[in-house]
Write a protein that binds this ligand. Structure first.
Ligand code: GLA
Length: 349
């Protein structure tokens, strides 16, 4: 058996944050940066992993079929092999070398990219013939059922189906997808705040529970059902903070639709305003921002960005700042001069 390689990209999300697990709308764009896994077969039942990333552990082994969660990044690999095992898909032992030019835990979909890159390497190494849909499903199960982060499907779908120059509008109700080109007049600076928060998974899972609570209060199965109803009347029926959480989700879906319209109308200023409105909603209503992310977003406005917002789950991580095409590097330099400690991850597209 020869060495096999799997690669998967990270993502940004133009807009539509914390809507995916509420059957809502999202608009990811794939990054050039991603995770690569090189896998060689072993003749035992051991998965042996090494990584070039500044994480702990840098090297580890575990036995296939005896995966135990340990709260580290390795849980994503264990989740992948345990899920394959549960599905009766046989893989043998392997040595995997992991390299990543995507910052980890920065809200850019690195967990999903790792799981998908590993699945692609294993699929090739052991002739599993996993198709895209199975890859998405197994990577998602590794994250949720095994690792215990109750994430939606945004990151996995974005990594597998996302494009670099187009946003992928996904309706999570039925996973219908439509590509929408990014305007040639704008670009996005992706800036990592350099901060990661310990309670990110707990905070994320709590938001999901709050959305489920709100559904129970309102007698709906998903917050998406509220799209067509008068928002004020709905919010009156909810105790805080559920009213704020629901307001974010419902208005965020509306903003996704407005972004689609703004892209169609080539209205870059409107696009920027919508990104900033999304940030305010994530900050004030959904309460997943941090002082660092708020500061980056404020600095982006001062640096002349058309709009900016946190990207991904929040609780640390990155922002995206929209500027005129050719202007992202300057905007990022001005932001970072005053911020200190962050870095420019990419300019999109
Ligand atoms: C994380 C999750 C996604 C999505 C975003 C927020 O990236 O993995 O499923 O919920 O947060 O939009």
């Amino acid at each position: 058996m020869r060495r096999a390689t799997g690669h998967a990209p990270g993502r940004i999300n133009l807009i539509g944050e914390h809507t995916d697990y509420n059957d809502g709308l999202v608009m990811p764009v794939a990054l050039r940066l991603g995770v690569t896994v090189q896998a060689d077969p072993r003749d035992d039942r051991i998965a042996h992993l090494t990584t070039d990333a500044a994480v702990s552990p840098r090297e580890t082994s575990y036995e296939l079929g005896a995966e135990q969660k340990d709260g580290t990044w390795v849980d994503r690999a264990k989740g992948v092999t345990a899920t394959l095992g549960q599905k009766g898909i046989h893989v043998g032992g392997f040595d995997a070398g992991i390299t990543s030019d995507l910052p980890l835990g920065a809200g850019l979909g690195s967990s999903a990219a790792f799981a998908i890159a590993l699945l692609r390497a294993l699929s090739e190494l052991f002739d599993l013939a996993l198709d895209d849909a199975a890859t998405v499903r197994i990577a998602h199960a590794a994250e949720t059922d095994f690792a215990g982060a109750r994430a939606g499907l945004l990151d996995q779908l974005a990594s597998v189906y996302g494009r670099r120059r187009e946003a992928l509008l996904i309706d999570m109700r039925d996973q219908a997808m439509r590509t929408i080109p990014l305007p040639p007049t704008v670009e996005l600076a992706v800036i990592d705040s350099g901060t990661r928060h310990e309670h990110a998974t707990g905070g994320y899972n709590r938001r999901r529970e709050e959305c489920e609570d709100a559904c129970r209060h309102l007698g709906v199965t998903s917050l998406r059902e509220l799209d067509e109803r008068p928002l004020d009347k709905i919010l009156e029926r909810l105790p805080p903070p559920l009213d704020r959480r629901v307001r974010h989700v419902v208005t965020e879906n509306a903003r996704v639709r407005e972004v689609v319209a703004a892209l169609g109308a080539k209205d870059d200023a409107k696009l920027g305003e919508l990104l900033s409105a999304s940030h305010r909603s994530l900050r004030d209503d959904y309460e997943v921002s941090t002082a660092e992310l708020d500061r980056l977003v404020d600095l982006a406005a001062a640096a002349g960005a058309l709009g900016a917002r946190l990207v991904g789950g929040g609780f640390g991580g990155s922002i995206i700042a929209l500027s005129q095409r050719g202007g992202a590097n300057d905007v990022a330099a001005r932001i970072l001069q005053d911020y200190g400690g962050g870095h420019l991850v990419a300019v999109v597209p």
